[in-house]
Design a protein around this ligand. Structure first.
Ligand code: A3P
Length: 293
């Protein structure tokens, strides 16, 4: 498997494979009862998928572990063409899926297929503070051979700050979705809140999905979606999907799962530069992120 090459679509770097099927992605036909889980990469997508699946299956762990993560919630724009033996088309999987469907995307809000808005679909968006997102994204690039070459830590930080990474600028992504939530059915969650009070955040999801579960089931979901349990769950940890693509001996997909790991990577000078740049890029939003708990 070769590392992905990027090609910009309306200013957003996507993989060349996604780029090649873009017309079909854009024309995707959403259905009114579709649920979309949307994030900038590494914000806690898989965690949210596990929570949503557990809710949908009323806490039945066995049912949740029937499929692989890539198949239970088609990854809308992710495409690995033939001749790769890893061929994957999130689009095709989604089209063939019976309703109600849950899908996943990392697209910035302006690239979401318009029919999601026309059908007034529910969307759960999860955001994570930029410093931990950057650290997590860097490690993910290193262990996942399907991602572009990250370069050194310094180089990757630069690319992240300038939006020259897959799915574009983190800053524009979180801001764009933040604005969109005022007009559409979007539940906007934060990774840090999920860490601090998972029960409360799961309850927000329940309310959004108009689901009511017993306290017992809720506690079961809490337990099974904890970092410790998910780390041992081969499906959540992506050890079943795409064998050979992720080098779990380098870092497992469930790497650390904490807030503030950035402190182990940012030098004082890098932190200062990052903060100054952040202030400029985020001056036009009311969004507030916590980089520690
Ligand atoms: P780290 O690399 O910081 O450990 P995504 O699913 O969007 O790719 O996000 C992956 C990140 O979410 C990883 O962060 C992973 O460890 C973390 N994560 C996954 N499940 C989690 C959980 N149950 N609790 C806390 N963090 C979790």
């Amino acid at each position: 498997l070769d590392r992905a090459e990027l090609r910009e679509l309306k200013g957003i770097p996507l993989t060349t494979a996604t780029y090649s099927i873009w017309d079909q992605v854009w024309k995707f036909k959403a259905r009114p009862d579709d649920l979309l889980i949307s994030t900038y990469a590494k914000a806690g997508t898989t965690w949210t998928q596990e929570i949503v699946d557990m809710i949908q299956q009323n806490g039945d762990v066995e049912k949740c572990r029937r499929a692989t993560t890539y198949r239970r919630h088609p990854f809308l724009e992710w495409y690995i063409p033939e001749p790769s033996s890893l061929r994957y088309s999130g689009l095709e999987l989604a089209e063939a899926m019976p309703s109600p469907r849950t899908m996943k995307t990392h697209l910035p809000v302006q690239l979401v297929p318009p029919s999601f808005w026309e059908q007034n679909c529910k969307i759960i968006y999860v955001a994570r503070n930029p410093k931990d997102s950057l650290v997590s994204y860097y490690h993910f690039h290193r262990m996942n051979k399907a991602m572009p070459e990250p370069g050194t830590w310094e180089e990757f930080m630069e690319k992240f700050m300038t939006g020259k990474v897959l799915w574009g600028s983190w800053y524009d992504h979180v801001k764009g979705w933040w604005k969109a939530k005022d007009k559409h059915r979007i539940l906007y969650l934060f990774y840090e809140d999920m860490k601090e009070n998972p029960k409360q955040e799961i309850q927000k999801i329940l309310k959004f999905l108009e689901k009511d579960l017993t306290e017992d089931v809720l506690n079961k979901i809490l337990h099974n979606t904890s970092f410790e349990v998910m780390k041992e769950n081969p499906m959540a940890n992506y050890t079943k999907d795409f064998p050979g693509v992720m080098d779990h001996s380098l870092f497992p997909f469930m790497r650390k799962g904490v807030v503030s790991d950035w402190k182990n990577y940012f030098t004082v000078a890098q932190n200062k530069k990052f903060d100054e740049d952040y202030k400029k890029k985020m001056a036009d939003t009311s969004l507030v992120f916590r980089t520690e708990l």
